[in-house]
Ligand binder design. Structure first.
Ligand SMILES: Nc1ncnc2c1ncn2[C@@H]1O[C@H](COP(=O)(O)OP(=O)(O)OP(=O)(O)O)[C@@H](O)[C@H]1O
Ligand SMILES: Nc1ncnc2c1ncn2[C@@H]1O[C@H](COP(=O)(O)OP(=O)(O)OP(=O)(O)O)[C@@H](O)[C@H]1O
Ligand SMILES: [Mg+2]
Ligand SMILES: [Mg+2]
Lengths: 165, 165, 165, 165
């Protein structure tokens, strides 16, 4: 079990580093086991360092940087241990436009093996989906499903767009 | 293996029977604040065997039963059904489709069915344990929880990691 | 001090109810003191009920409904005890477009007495501001201030925004 | 009374002296993830007398001093200055403008100035106590904290309410 843990940890760390560089366009990220503890008991520290910045503990990162780092770690886990489906509920809320596009590029690598259900208010994410499912409460307090296509979205919202870089 | 059809009836704000057909790739669920998007995620967690009212954002499990609106009376039950496509036989049964159902009555009685046959919760959980489709799993990221992994302590992170390893 | 507390509590409750109805276009909201405790010691419960729904504890509301309820309570406090300035850091992240517009209408009533600094990624909120201040990291890791005008924002997004807007 | 000018030098990612001129009404601060927007809010809390490293999103107060990048060396101090417009004499001093400065050196030494004269932190805090510009006050809502009020217990809410009453 020690061997299995070490192998999985290394595979996860490698995937995390690669996906982080892809998501941030550089920099580096790694998982570090707590010093001086047995590898089967030690906690896990996350070190992330966006390009050009000094490596620091993830807590010092900004809201958007933390979200993108967590998503990268999630995808690293999906790479090491694929899951048949993945549900993400408004994970793009704190991302700016440039990072939403990067997040969507990351997903592309995984849709072959994993089915994604993504709840979002963000048009960039909606545009990228293979299928859109709408939920409405035309009757107050009662949820119903409606079919939505992208043209509906464009018409209903008018000019000002939701997000900027 | 993927999620094919999720049906809610009397579950939270879904007073009327509502079915969601999903396909592979990326599906985006959209709609205004409060319309019932996260309730769909709760339904998914519930049908996979989640037993914690807090995970259902309530204080007791009965909170998942439609509580009524100003124009509709409360219902006496909540029911969710999920059909998996199991062509790839990832779920250890011989069926090409696997159907799971869960019902809760206001009296507190519960009912579970697997491919139409009454069963226990344990049977459903056993079915899912091996595939990584679990309760605490990394495959469902609830609203607002994205920051939890970063804010958690190294030892708590270890628990999340073990689950995925 | 008992009299002062009761007066302030009543004034806050009245303002909260009015502003909630304005923000949600109906429904009701109130602050309730914990039963059976001395008014100088009792905790405060928040009851909020969007139009057409049954009154419930704020925890059962959706992410966006909770945010708008909290913002309404903040504005009620500002009405009862105005503050010279108010800083809001990405409070609009979980709001849909309709609720962002409602939030911006609420702010209008307060800008005469209170100066607002609002951090946002949302174009609807930017368009509404009297002045825009940009921060950039052209040199990686070094923050600088830049003047931004709305035309810049429109231009920097290029086609996808226009298409989805 | 309103915030007129906020200057940061060596504070977090603001290595070079950077001044923000504000006017009344609504100002929106915009920029990509990680560019330094929330650092401006931290600077404002710091100059108003906040003594908690955790509130500055660090582990010790020195974490607010510019720590360097891959191309720049770390600095030895962090300095923030704030000028208030005090035409309405809301701050209990005779000046039409009130200037506050705070400096922290890597050695741990701090320095405070009020209208150019050295003073203690207590003098700055005393000045602000009556106007509702405080540390725990409702006038600064940090990123991600919007949900805290709803998630908190009735007794904790009471504390927030007392502060405002
Ligand atoms: N048992 C129940 N009966 C009826 N309605 C319920 C029940 N439980 C929750 N609700 C309602 O469901 C609504 C919340 O739905 P949900 O959290 O799914 O919204 P959402 O679409 O995710 O919104 P957001 O975009 O703001 O996150 C609440 O308004 C709540 O009143
Ligand atoms: N002492 C310091 N020296 C240098 N850089 C620092 C220091 N403290 C924090 N930073 C950097 O500041 C950045 C975070 O800035 P901030 O939280 O203000 O971003 P933001 O603009 O609010 O982004 P978001 O839109 O994602 O919320 C981090 O990348 C962090 O590395
Ligand atoms: Mg939701
Ligand atoms: Mg921020």
């Amino acid at each position: 079990s020690r061997r299995i843990f070490a192998e999985t940890f290394d595979a996860l760390n490698k995937a995390f580093g690669e996906l982080f560089r892809k998501a941030f366009g550089g920099g580096k990220a790694e998982l570090v086991l707590e010093e001086g503890k047995d590898i089967l008991m030690a906690g896990i520290e996350i070190i992330a360092c966006p390009p050009g910045k000094k490596p620091s503990h993830v807590r010092l990162l900004s809201g958007g940087e933390r979200t993108l780092t967590t998503l990268t770690l999630l995808f690293a886990v999906l790479r090491v241990r694929p899951s048949p489906f993945c549900v993400l509920d408004e994970v793009d809320a704190s991302l700016d436009e440039a990072n939403i596009r990067r997040f969507l590029v990351l997903i592309d690598d995984f849709t072959a093996k994993t089915q994604f259900l993504i709840i979002t208010h963000n048009k960039l994410t909606m545009v990228k989906a293979d299928r859109l499912v709408g939920i409405t409460m035309e009757e107050k307090g009662i949820s119903k499903m409606i079919d939505v296509n992208l043209r509906d979205l464009e018409a209903s919202d008018g000019p000002p767009e939701r997000r900027a870089a | 293996m993927y999620l094919k059809r999720l049906t809610l009836h009397g579950f939270k704000s879904f007073a009327d029977r509502t079915a969601f057909d999903f396909s592979g790739g990326m599906t985006s669920i959209v709609g205004p604040n409060g319309c019932g998007k996260s309730n769909v995620v709760d339904a998914l967690k519930w049908i996979l065997g989640n037993q914690s009212p807090k995970e259902m954002r309530g204080s007791e499990m009965k909170d998942v039963i439609f509580a009524g609106t100003t124009t509709r009376r409360a219902l006496g039950f909540a029911e969710v059904a999920l059909i998996f496509d199991n062509e790839d036989r990832r779920l250890p049964t011989d069926h090409a489709e696997v159907a799971v159902e869960r019902r809760l009555f206001r009296s507190g009685e519960s009912e579970y069915r697997l491919n139409g046959m009454k069963c226990r919760l344990k049977d459903i959980r056993d079915l899912f344990t091996d595939t990584g489709i679990g309760q605490e799993s990394y495959s469902i990221l609830e609203q607002g929880k994205i920051d939890l992994l970063i804010q958690s302590s190294p030892v708590e992170r270890r628990v999340i990691f073990e689950e995925a390893a």
